[in-house]
Design a protein around this ligand. Sequence first.
Ligand code: EPZ
Length: 430
Amino acid sequence: MEQYAIKGGNPLVGEVEIGGAKNAALPILAASVMTDETVYIENVPDVRDTNVLLSAMQSIGVMVKRNERHKIALNASNISNLIVDDDNIKKIRASYYLIGALLGKYKHAEVALPGGCDIGCRAIDQHIKGFKALGAEVRIEHGLIKTKAERLVGSHIYMDVVSVGATINIMMAATMAEGTTIIENSAKEPHVVDLANFLNSMGANIKGAGTDIIRVKGVSKLHSTDYAIIPDQIEAGTFMFAAAITKGDVTVKNVIPKHLESITAKLLEIGCEVEEADDCIRVVASKPLQHTHVKTLPYPGFPTDMQPQIAVALALSKGTSIVTESIFENRFKYVDELIRMGANIKVEGNTAIIDGVDKYTGASISAPDLRAGAALVMAALAAEGYTMVDDIKYIERGYEDFHLKLHSLGAQIELVESERDFQRFKLKTG
Ligand code: EPZ
């Protein structure tokens, strides 16, 4: 099993190219089944979650051609099956995007109930509420969500919680419903907007994405498109915080600075310098980091997907910080690992109280989920001595070439497969 071997202590310095957004790519790939014509998608990140989704799509007859590493052509004119139940699909949350897409086009879909990172109870009641409001029958049986409709008819849907997944799923199904659907209290994340732009480029009629009311006028047919996915807000934010945590100087390239405003604001608050240009941001951490408070919120608030990364920075900052997680109830699982590296953190309910320490020390740790895994790697890069990170499969779900990008910024990090490899790494870097 692969692990990361890390020797901490090098400030990260240099430029890093940010890839396409995983959480935009997943619904966009799924939505490409909604036309019989070939769809061309660029800037698709080559990460485990997108690859698992693509292989599940192939298993129901979608032709997938990877023209280049990040350029994919998809053709769904020969779909043979509306039941998606391969073993891998249960491992990713985004499997459920195939429900909205297939239901919209074929008025029928059966998809294995989603898994994904274990960051708390991940209800799907709002998705079901939306599908039912459009006229679909929804049942959960034998581990599958089964949806079927004679016809889908536009409706007025009020979301009880702001949900990225439910907003996306309802938007997809409503795209090919009869009449107009209004989704109120919708999620405003950049990837919701990106999916709406993608569907519109295929002939859909969606207005208001990025606000809390989305209006979808149903169309009967969608057509081919050639579309490039937006840059990954969270990958960019992770490298920006890597600069802060390692006292480095990192420029993230190919980003949309507007999507990073809440992250930039927190970096400034804790004492980093941040320089913005059109499509890149430079973060310099030349002074000691200062404490602050942060609460995760739906976009444009501070993202829950950046909560572990900011906590790792705050645990090295002067003074006491409070981090409140308001989206998922189980997103502090990394704290025990960080404490083993010397952090001083107490978790009470959905709040972490962090007393800054001067340094981390390397230890043997495990990645509990995708973002927490990336954050622990950053702690290891700042730590004194060596760290071995286990369960990096979680990190590979959403970060392409993570260790290579970090290495190009001067990190001492290597993929190893055994204790012997780790000892070799130690000799090499000692
Ligand atoms: C998406 O998950 C992302 N995943 C997550 O990214 C991200 O953390 C999350 O949005 C919040 O931004 C993908 O895009 C594939 P939600 P999703 O529905 O759609 C509750 C990452 O690291 N809820 O917005 O599952 C839910 O329990 C990850 O890349 C209901 O109550 O999140 C949660 O408390 C992990 N009923 C809140 O809403 C529902 O029907 C937000 O969840 C749906 C959600």
